[in-house]
Design a protein around this ligand. Sequence first.
Ligand code: 2P0
Length: 335
Amino acid sequence: PHERVLDRGATAVAHPNIALIKYWGKRDERLIIPYVDSLSMTLDVFPTTTTVRLSPAAQADSVTLNGTPAAGEPRQRVIAFLDLVRELAGRTEPAAVETRNSGPTGAGVASSASGFAALAVAGAAAYGLDLDPTALSRLARRGSASAARSIFGGFAICHAGRGVGAAADLGSYAEPVPVPEFDPALVIALVNAGPKAVSSRAAMRRTVETSPLYRSWVISSKADLADMRAALHRGDLEAVGEIAERNALGMHATMLAARPAVRYLSPATLSVLDGVLRLREDGVPAYATMDAGPNVKVLCHRADAARVAETVRGAAPGCSVVTARRGPGARLRMG
Ligand code: 2P0
């Protein structure tokens, strides 16, 4: 089996996840340790497929993103991640990485979550590391904290961990939140699928360093998480949605208060939010969440998804709408 891995490499598929309780801000930038716990739903759309092939004869790693050689920051992040995998595996060979996103890249639809989850699974397999899901999640976190959650399907909680250094690293990983009966829809309104103006990494740093609202959000986020866990276990979509919406708006408020302000929300975002309010006034439970970009994800019952999608389209003409539901965890693709 080892020879086959060398020949054909290892291919993994991972899906993005959307946080209902957000991660925003790192207390350790090198180890990527979040300030807050987060909780997400892994989606069944926009998978990333990544192949890692060892190339012992090459001088350096090569990285291809959607068929084009990667350069600059994205390439550096993949190489730094491979260095970490090699260190864990006690190996030194360079690798060729080929990755494909079926969704938009860098647009606040969690391409780094699916990307680093797929790279963790494929990289570990290619270098012969035998890691359990917890260790894979911890490893994926070193690429992007949100990637720790995409190792798992359905709902997952990512622990921020305690302490510093090795203790923090050990304690910061995701695990499933088993609520098999809870199977809502997430209607994604892509109001702008282009890459974001400010990377979430830079925006988080600025928020932590300059926003007077950041500490309050961290405190309220703890309460939101406790409420969210209870609501999920009850299968209470209205409570889950309400908590997710307030947590996301609070996160954006911390960014708006940063100096200078980080504003990801656009006029089209606000139009969709108005549409979501109208749906609720009409008795349709629908709740919005937004990440590091203007796109809106609307949580609703699956039976209401078509109505929600129609409202969203009307609110932001020209946007593309994709309806997702809970999806699978990251896995190796055989053959
Ligand atoms: C999340 N986001 O919980 C939050 C909410 C965006 C808003 O995680 O710096 O790509 O690589 O750890 O995970 C996006 O940031 O950031 C993100 P890094 P990541 O989904």
